[in-house]
Ligand binder design. Sequence first.
Ligand code: NAP
Ligand code: FER
Length: 339
Amino acid sequence: MAATTREWHLAARPHGEPTPEDFRMVEVPVPEPAEGQVVVRMVVMSVDPYMRGRMRSGPSYAPPWQVGEVMKGGAVGRVVASRAPELPEGALVLTDAAWRETAVLDAAAVTRLPAATDVSPSWYLGVLGMPGLTAYAGLFRVGAFREGDDVLVSGAAGAVGSMVGQFARLRGAGSVIGSAGSPEKVAWLRELGFTAAFDYHDGPVAELLGRAAPDGIDLFFDNVGGEHLEAAIGAFRVHGRAALCGSISGYNAVEPPPGPRNMSLMVGKRLTLRGFLVSDHADLRPEFTETVTGWLRSGDLVVRETVREGIEQAVPAFLDLLRGGNTGKMVVRLAPDPD
Ligand code: NAP
Ligand code: FER
């Protein structure tokens, strides 16, 4: 077993866009596991937009990372030594203990996963994990999706957005319109079966949306906020609904970004704009897993990932994620897949 592990610490709280200097990689000893603990070798770790919020001090729904301490985040790992009978060596587990190669964890703090079969371990960080459940809960419960709805998804080529658009299509949306940040992403959205897609860099979002959805939209799944939200409010039909999932266009902002200037339309259009957190919808997990596993088995759902290799790449992967360097879920592979 490795006597030391490399791990990433928060070095400084960023002002605006994070830089490599805000992080530090350190090598620390791996302690001996106590009774009831396991040693977990990480196979693949997640980098996610919400982590930008954890770099900030101050009140939030998630506790901030502490300067000088290891950062936390989702990962799938393999038990390489065990002092907990319920988690034998070789077991595959989901943990929130990554940004490191090896961790000693209480058995109660990890979730055992099925042995690797036709499911890639990284899918538990994406389509079958937190982002997939976010898409499912946000679209079907928060957004109250109905067959025939014309649906707009911002951040549509990302981990959450690419699932939202496909889930809507599979459940009989009237149309699915996606917005993303490059021509390649737009082309991929068309391959996925989106009815229309545009690159939000190509002009004012309201104009691009007006062309993509001239008759308006019923439901908006928003990952981006700002100009996208204003454009959607303008494009809504009466009784339009928005599931507010994220507002990544403002995550690095130093001043609060301007709000939509057309909120007065909400009254006449009788709009519902509803924010949500995936953690409030854990009760949907069994239904979500069954439905999405079915779509994966039938080949109806396309999964794409952007995979970086090695713990050294974790920070560059995170910085790239915030700038749109990923298509589908961004993950960092730390060890070969278990057999
Ligand atoms: P992701 O979409 O895979 O990756 C982030 C994407 O954001 C980038 O690929 C980039 O794509 C886009 N982006 C970055 N800056 C942007 C800007 N200024 N304007 C428009 N797009 C920008 O990430 P994810 O994990 O699926 O998360 C998507 C959203 O869901 C985030 O807002 C996240 O915070 C939110 N989220 C919320 C919950 C919840 O419980 N509410 C849970 C999970 C995720 P482009 O190339 O298209 O710009
Ligand atoms: C969670 C609730 C919300 C969580 C992530 C989020 C990792 C993400 C929120 C965001 O990106 O805005 O429990 O778990």
